[in-house]
Ligand binder design. Structure first.
Ligand SMILES: C[S@@+](CC[C@H](N)C(=O)[O-])C[C@H]1O[C@@H](n2cnc3c(N)ncnc32)[C@H](O)[C@@H]1O
Length: 286
């Protein structure tokens, strides 16, 4: 009997505790207090933006002027090399981060645009960008490799900017994207043994963990690159693993050619980039 009573008392205590917890005060910062404005929307991620919005919008966010075509030349350059320009071209964008290329592609007339982003924070920031700029592009939250396994859709252009060098399996990544379009825009860092000394981030390379894979009769080296930053911070723009593998430029060209994207036009080739040798190019079917 006494045991029964203490058991009931325990149950009541637990129930009271549960009710008490469910009535905890709501955090007020989750509620907007002013009328809806672009700035208030952008401020959902205050302190976590890298991109500066177009000056004409008078929005305070980040500091990198990706919307200024003289500073971020990638979209205008692509417009100049794609036959017929970007107008009316369907695009699959991989890793939009804060949605600036999505906007610039759309403003250049491209569409429909599907844009796949794996970082939760980056995806939600893209939705903010979409609403603030009134874009039509469709953003999807997910891993691009997993997405490409579940979809057979084809596009006029695959836009792979700043994402190849974040992949643990970059060969599989290029294979997965290579057959989806007649034009692949690729912006990436690559490994060059002769340039390691010029890299600010050379201490992230782990030559002991480099690998070699055989692909289409060629030995391809995968150079291990470790992220040392806190990958949970709002401005993190890397990949889902704690490391990536960088390819060599000759190997990237070989893979593109084997995938049928053999007409390669370089926009920028920047072997001395302190963040690692880099380039951007358009690889197209002849
Ligand atoms: C360096 S940023 C590039 C941003 C922009 N595309 C550019 O070129 O400036 C890399 C972006 O790719 C995303 N990303 C990395 N790996 C991904 C994956 N496997 N699937 C989807 N998004 C990925 C990151 O979250 C990040 O937003």
């Amino acid at each position: 009997m006494a045991n029964d009573r203490s058991h009931i008392r325990r149950l009541v205590r637990r129930a009271v505790e549960r009710v008490r917890k469910s009535h905890r005060p709501v955090h007020h910062h989750e509620f907007a207090t002013h009328e809806p404005t672009p700035q208030q929307t952008v401020d959902i991620f205050a302190g976590q933006w890298i991109t500066a919005f177009p000056k004409s919008l008078n929005i305070t966010a980040g500091w990198v002027n990706h919307f200024d075509s003289e500073i971020d030349t990638r979209v205008p350059w692509a417009e100049s090399v794609i036959p017929g320009g970007l107008s009316g071209k369907s695009v699959l964008e991989l890793g939009p981060f804060e949605g600036y290329h999505t906007a610039c592609l759309e403003w250049a007339g491209a569409g429909p645009i599907v844009s796949v982003e794996a970082s939760r924070t980056a995806f939600l920031k893209c939705l903010v960008t979409k609403e603030v700029l009134g874009l039509n592009a469709r953003f999807m939250y997910g891993d691009v490799l997993a997405y490409l396994k579940t979809s057979t859709d084809r596009y006029d252009i695959v836009w792979a900017s700043g994402i190849l060098y974040h992949q643990a399996d970059p060969v599989a990544f290029l294979e997965a994207v290579g057959g989806r379009a007649d034009h692949l825009f690729l912006h990436t860092h690559y490994f060059d043994a002769e340039r390691v000394g010029e890299m600010n981030t050379s201490d992230r390379l782990r030559p002991k963990h480099d690998k070699q894979v055989s692909w289409h009769g060629r030995n391809i080296r995968l150079h291990r690159y470790e992220y040392r930053t806190d990958t949970s911070q709002g401005t993190f723009a890397g990949g889902p693993s704690s490391f990536a593998h960088w390819l060599e430029r000759d190997d990237i060209e070989f893979i593109l050619e084997e995938l049928g994207l053999s007409r390669i036009t370089y926009g920028v080739l920047d072997p001395g980039n302190p963040d690692g040798p880099g380039f951007f190019l358009m690889a197209s079917r002849p």
